[in-house]
Ligand binder design. Structure first.
Ligand code: IDP
Ligand code: MG
Length: 156
């Protein structure tokens, strides 16, 4: 099981799309193990997006991410990182496929609603930036055996 960091960006929160976007993750069978509404500080945004520091859009990206509250989630499941990225769609709303979150809810290239970790290394780093270990609430779901085929031992 993987855990990934998902952020509903300020545009998603301001546009009242939190419930509809979160429903997609729940509908898919992914599990919420961490969740908080927060205002990202300048320092946290800089650490989160440090790989993009040299990019021309970096300042506006940090400005956007700190402009209004975000909903930060820890989402768990089999291949949760790749599954979530696929659900998010391509980076730019203007060319994200219909059926994806970015493709269905937005058209902007910078206000693109959602962040998701892009690798296991990124997920580990980003989860540690946004959550204390005790804020990750691992728990068994009664429906788990109907979400995954566990007949072989490991969830399939
Ligand atoms: P990702 O969010 O799909 O992983 P990244 O390339 O990691 O995309 O970029 C991080 C974020 O920076 C994007 O989600 C988007 O908000 C913003 N961004 C990326 N490229 C551009 C651009 O060319 N113009 C404006 N904003 C951009
Ligand atoms: Mg990225």
């Amino acid at each position: 099981m993987e855990t990934t960091l998902i952020i509903f960006k300020p545009d998603a929160v301001q546009r009242g799309l939190m419930g509809r976007i979160l429903s997609r993750f729940e509908d898919k069978g992914l599990q919420v193990v961490g969740c908080k509404l927060m205002h990202i500080t300048q320092d946290l945004a800089a650490r989160h997006y440090e790989a993009h520091k040299a990019r021309p859009f970096y300042n506006s990206l940090v400005g956007f991410m700190t402009s209004s509250p975000v909903l930060v989630l820890a989402i768990r499941g089999n291949n949760a990182i790749a599954v979530s990225r696929k659900m998010m769609g391509a980076t730019f709303g203007s060319n994200a496929e219909p059926g994806t979150i970015r493709g269905d809810f937005g058209v902007s290239n910078s206000f693109n609603l959602i962040h998701g970790s892009d690798s296991p290394e990124a997920a580990e780093r980003e989860l540690a930036l946004f959550f204390q270990p005790a804020e990750i609430v691992s728990h068994d779901r009664a429906m788990e055996k109907w979400v995954y085929d566990c007949s072989g031992g490991a969830p399939e």
